[in-house]
Design a protein around this ligand. Structure first.
Ligand SMILES: Cc1cc2nc3c(=O)[nH]c(=O)nc-3n(C[C@H](O)[C@H](O)[C@H](O)COP(=O)(O)OP(=O)(O)OC[C@H]3O[C@@H](n4cnc5c(N)ncnc54)[C@H](O)[C@@H]3O)c2cc1C
Length: 402
């Protein structure tokens, strides 16, 4: 065995304090705060950091689309995104911009008011505006709107920068990052966990740790099954569209009360359009293909809201996989029946809330009382299996969520 091999052997076989499986925003943040608190942390990612949902999402940092009960978490996370220099180092071009959620029909107006009231109850400062007031803020809007909800805690980031930013911070904090290392099996040994990975040139990967955190996004269901825990995790295949660069057509983050649209214009002039329209995909195959009528439906809605988008040309579309539990609330906390095993994931608007959720879980793992309550995964174990979202559904999951 070479000196390097011996060092590697020692590194892998002296148990880490914690192994985090899954390097999206949830796993990376948890790993970062645990390492900064002095733990020896292994972060195990089967691809590269933040290349799944956390790297391909729309980057909207919003309260309008966040479930009402998650607003207190999202507000704290929003501040973290706007101040990455204080805790992450490198940033993700997080930009504060007011958010307007719009109603064009009586039903949407009803929904807008209910949603705004629910979020206000949880601390979001959301005001209702008449069309004239909304047009002063966003002159390019379709004046046919009936009402708008306005919130200054909104904005967006460039999600593709997330992996790079976390990589630097994690390395600086001393986290041992294992990329291109899928966890294939997890053994529970005497007092610790052993994560098995693929065969390398010298030996199969085996990473021992006294604690384990499962942070595998839509792949949490098979990952938790490795620990004998069965929690159904639904996969949403979200479509996103980016236009070519165009002159300024909007300066706010725009959405519709029914949740079927979200969009903003980046500094380079391109407009990113989303809203949870579904494509074809699942966790086995990944994102597969778009559904033409969902693409045109999403674009039509965007043009309806900002008529100047009629001139926009689509540069690219892509799909990403988002996870959801049976009750559409997160699972974050200790796994029942196991010692020192935790899960974090399935957070609605999870990019917005990610940094704060990871920080909270790290507080619990460190033995502190988390600043806000976690989301006990035990409630989901007895829940009936969630049916998979039909791949051809044109309906956004967001419209069903309060
Ligand atoms: C298209 C799209 C648009 C979205 N837009 C927004 C938005 O605008 N605003 C917002 O707030 N939220 C948005 N979201 C939601 C947000 O992106 C997610 O909630 C969040 O990124 C989830 O982070 P995560 O760490 O739980 O999961 P992920 O980022 O998916 O990370 C999980 C990681 O686990 C790894 N993994 C899985 N299995 C294994 C294994 N066996 N071994 C090792 N590693 C493994 C995966 O490779 C992956 O990197 C969007 C999601 C999508 C898909």
């Amino acid at each position: 065995m070479s000196v390097l091999d011996e060092t590697m052997h020692e590194t892998l076989h002296r148990p880490f304090d914690v192994a985090v499986v899954g390097g999206g925003v949830m796993g990376c943040t948890t790993a970062l705060f645990l390492a900064r608190a002095g733990m020896r942390v292994a972060l195990i990612e089967r691809n590269a950091l933040c290349r799944a949902a956390s790297g391909v999402n729309a980057g909207t940092l919003t309260l309008h689309m966040t479930r009402a009960a998650l607003v207190p978490y999202a507000m704290r996370a929003w501040k973290m995104w706007m101040n990455t220099d204080q805790w992450l180092g490198e940033g993700v071009l997080a930009t504060a911009a007011p958010g307007l959620s719009l109603a064009f029909t009586e039903n949407e107006r009803e929904l807008l008011r209910t949603r705004a009231a629910a979020r206000r109850e949880y601390g979001a400062e959301i005001d209702l505006l008449a069309p004239e007031a909304a047009l002063k803020i966003e002159p390019g809007l379709n004046p046919a709107m009936l009402e708008a909800a306005y919130c200054t805690t909104d904005g967006f980031a460039s999600a593709y920068l997330t992996g790079r930013a976390y990589h630097s911070a994690l390395r600086a904090a001393g986290v041992q990052i294992f990329e291109n290392t899928p966890a294939t099996r997890i053994e529970q040994l005497n007092g610790h966990y052993r994560v098995h990975g693929p065969q390398t040139a010298s030996a199969p990967v085996r990473i021992d740790a006294t604690r384990i955190v499962m942070a595998g996004g839509v792949w949490l269901e098979p990952l938790l099954a490795m620990l004998g825990i069965h929690i159904p995790v639904k996969t949403l295949t979200n479509q996103l569209i980016v236009t070519e660069r165009m002159p300024p057509v909007m300066r706010t983050v725009l959405s519709i009360a029914n949740g079927l649209l979200s969009m903003k214009q980046f500094a380079n002039g391109s407009v990113v359009i989303g809203g949870g329209w579904q494509g074809v995909g699942d966790r086995e195959r990944g994102p597969v293909e778009t559904i033409p009528q969902n693409l045109t439906g999403n674009l039509r809605l965007a043009q309806h809201v900002i008529p100047a988008l009629a001139k926009a040309r689509v540069a690219r579309i892509w799909l990403g996989l988002e996870s959801e539990t049976a009750d559409a609330m997160p699972m974050i906390g200790a796994l029942p029946g196991l010692d020192n095993a935790y899960v974090i994931g399935c957070v609605h608007s999870g990019y917005t809330s990610g940094p704060y959720m990871g920080k909270l879980l790290s507080q619990a793992i460190l033995g502190d009382t988390p600043e806000l309550p976690l989301f006990d995964p035990a409630r989901l174990i007895a829940a009936p299996a969630a049916s998979e979202t039909p791949a051809a559904s044109a309906i956004s999951h967001r419209e069903h969520t309060q």
